[in-house]
Design a protein around this ligand. Structure first.
Ligand code: SF4
Length: 165
């Protein structure tokens, strides 16, 4: 399957209940030859509105922090485990994760990144593929809110920048 086909399938997907309350599917974005792929848990309200991943406050903070360490957002592929937002941004249920995971697996297969950066809770469910390095970081929304986490998050992004330089 091509990335375009995956995107179209996500837009039309009815495999779990989440599409019902969502405005847009949010398949992900970025270059198909990206070395680094970021995976979050599920899109929030801003992402649902725009149909794009990590464009709300946390996404802007992530983009800004990456840039401070020399990583351009447009060079990385960004997506989520679950491709539609959830009511009141609740945590996706296990059956929703299970229904949606094949899309992420296909995306990983197309991009074949060197490193997958796991943002917050996404670490638990993201499929592990041999030959790919996995790097867990604090979710940017937690880093924005708590000073101690902010410093740790910045240290982690600095470490990531070193890994890919
Ligand atoms: S969240 Fe995933 S499985 Fe559920 S409807 Fe959306 S694309 Fe399909």
């Amino acid at each position: 399957m091509s990335m375009e086909e995956i995107n179209l399938q996500v837009y039309a997907c009815r495999k779990c209940r989440l599409w019902q309350d969502a405005k847009h599917g949010v398949p992900g974005e970025g270059p198909l030859n990206a070395t680094v792929m970021f995976v979050g848990q599920n899109p929030g309200a801003d992402e649902d509105e725009q149909g794009r991943p990590f464009v709300g406050r946390a996404g802007k903070y992530l983009t800004k922090t990456l840039a401070e360490f020399g990583i351009k957002r447009e060079d990385v592929y960004i997506t989520n485990i679950v491709k539609h937002t959830s009511p009141q941004n609740r945590k996706p249920y296990p059956d929703e994760v299970e229904a949606c995971l094949p899309y992420l697996s296909e995306q990983i297969g197309i991009i074949k990144p060197k490193i997958i950066v796991l943002l917050g809770a996404s670490a638990k469910d993201t499929p592990r593929v041999e030959g790919i390095q996995y790097f867990e970081v604090i979710h940017p929304s937690a880093a924005m809110r708590f000073t101690k986490m902010r410093q740790r998050f910045r240290d982690q992004i600095a470490e990531l920048a070193k890994k890919i330089s």
